[in-house]
Ligand binder design. Structure first.
Ligand SMILES: NC(=O)c1ccc[n+]([C@@H]2O[C@H](COP(=O)([O-])OP(=O)(O)OC[C@H]3O[C@@H](n4cnc5c(N)ncnc54)[C@H](O)[C@@H]3O)[C@@H](O)[C@H]2O)c1
Length: 339
């Protein structure tokens, strides 16, 4: 089968992970690299031994010349709408970094442009493709713990990024929480119907705005999702994948976001019911894993089959709605309906 010919636009920090994943996925040929700063594109070309790839500073010009099948959009969020629209209007399939857009209006516009173009429009939601997330989702779907009742995700780290994040408004919700919200939506097996959120910036915070937040989502199937997070929490940090407790009708699962997944279910009555450990299922061949690599493999296969990938924009916009709903709730103090 012919390789998918792809142009990568945005050759900053994330492009390294993206290009490694594309190489590991196979079936993808990088035919062009674009960055406003040409030396960034040249550096990636050298680093990945892509001597045949064209380099440039303007995506439209590159697409006119190289005529690729697909664009990997790895630019900064503010440039995304213009870059994504350019790619789709040139008839390219588009795989785009999070966040899908800088506003819900822009996101809806991109989903409509993608539908009109008939091309695949997919998001990088790499956390969905982690082995731990896949194994937990498989256990929950098996019914071994009974129906899911409530999902608690805690995210506490203190990264000193420097750069744009330290000036950004709503930094935690806008730049990070989408990952945790998207995984919560997968675990719940449903979309969010409403959100109430309190966001604040701790007095000791080294960010300009919104380093901490607590959000509660009602999911359409009755599951409650509780998110507590901070990017200004020094010491005793959680994993980047958050730390989880999932309470089901017949038992509970916990995950530290790394290798420790545990579950117990009720086997008999008592003041505290008698419980037994539940084995966490291994990865199934049908699970697509590998973070960025898994998403890129799905994207490649979606182009080949024409079937929408798991993180198609038209579906994944529901995770973005959780972010912008939480921000609106934090700003207004009101519960925000999402459907
Ligand atoms: N999925 C994840 O886990 C994850 C992690 C970190 C960052 N990200 C996302 O990846 C994206 C890129 O982040 P980064 O850390 O690489 O940023 P970065 O600032 O290091 O790199 C972005 C690059 O895009 C280039 N660029 C900006 N506008 C452009 C345009 N119009 N045309 C061509 N190039 C342009 C910049 O010159 C820069 O080199 C962001 O959307 C970010 O949110 C995702």
């Amino acid at each position: 089968m012919n390789a998918i010919r792809a142009v990568a636009v945005g050759c900053g920090r994330m492009s390294t992970r993206f290009l490694e994943a594309a190489r590991d996925a196979g079936g993808v040929e990088i035919v062009g690299l674009v960055d406003l700063a040409l030396p960034m594109a040249e550096a990636r070309r050298a680093e990945f031994g892509l001597a045949q790839a064209a380099v440039g500073t303007d995506l439209a010009e590159m697409l006119d010349t190289v005529k690729p099948d697909a664009v990997f959009d790895i630019v900064v969020p503010d440039a995304r709408h213009a870059i994504a629209t350019t790619a789709l209007r040139h008839g390219c399939h588009l795989l785009t970094e999070k966040p899908m857009a800088a506003s819900m209006a822009d996101a809806r516009d991109l989903v409509a442009t993608a539908a009109a173009s008939g091309r695949i429009h997919a998001m990088i939601q790499n956390r969905r493709y982690l082995a731990g997330v896949r194994r937990i989702a498989r256990l929950l779907r098996s019914g071994a713990l009974g129906p899911v009742s409530a999902i608690y995700g805690d995210f506490f780290l203190g990264p000193h990024f420097g750069g744009f994040r330290e000036q950004m408004k709503h930094v935690l919700l806008l730049d990070m929480a989408i990952h945790t919200f998207d995984v919560a939506r997968l675990f719940a097996g449903s979309e969010a119907s409403s959100v109430h959120c309190r966001e604040w910036n701790p007095a000791h915070s080294w960010y300009a705005h919104g380093a901490s937040a607590i959000a509660t989502f009602d999911m359409a199937n009755g599951v409650l999702v509780s998110y507590r997070g901070s990017w200004a929490a020094e010491g005793l940090r959680t994993s980047w994948e958050a730390s989880w407790r999932i309470v089901c009708a017949n038992g509970t699962l916990t995950w530290d976001g790394e290798d420790d997944i545990r579950a117990e279910r009720v086997v008999g009555p008592g003041y505290f019911s008698q419980t037994e450990p539940v084995a966490i299922p291994p990865i199934d061949p049908a699970d697509r894993v590998g973070g960025h690599r898994g998403v890129i493999e799905d994207f490649r296969d979606a182009i080949r089959t024409g079937l929408p990938p798991e993180t198609a924009g038209a579906e994944n916009i529901k995770s973005l709605a959780m972010v912008f709903g939480a921000i609106e709730s934090a700003e207004t103090g009101q519960t925000v309906n999402l459907i």
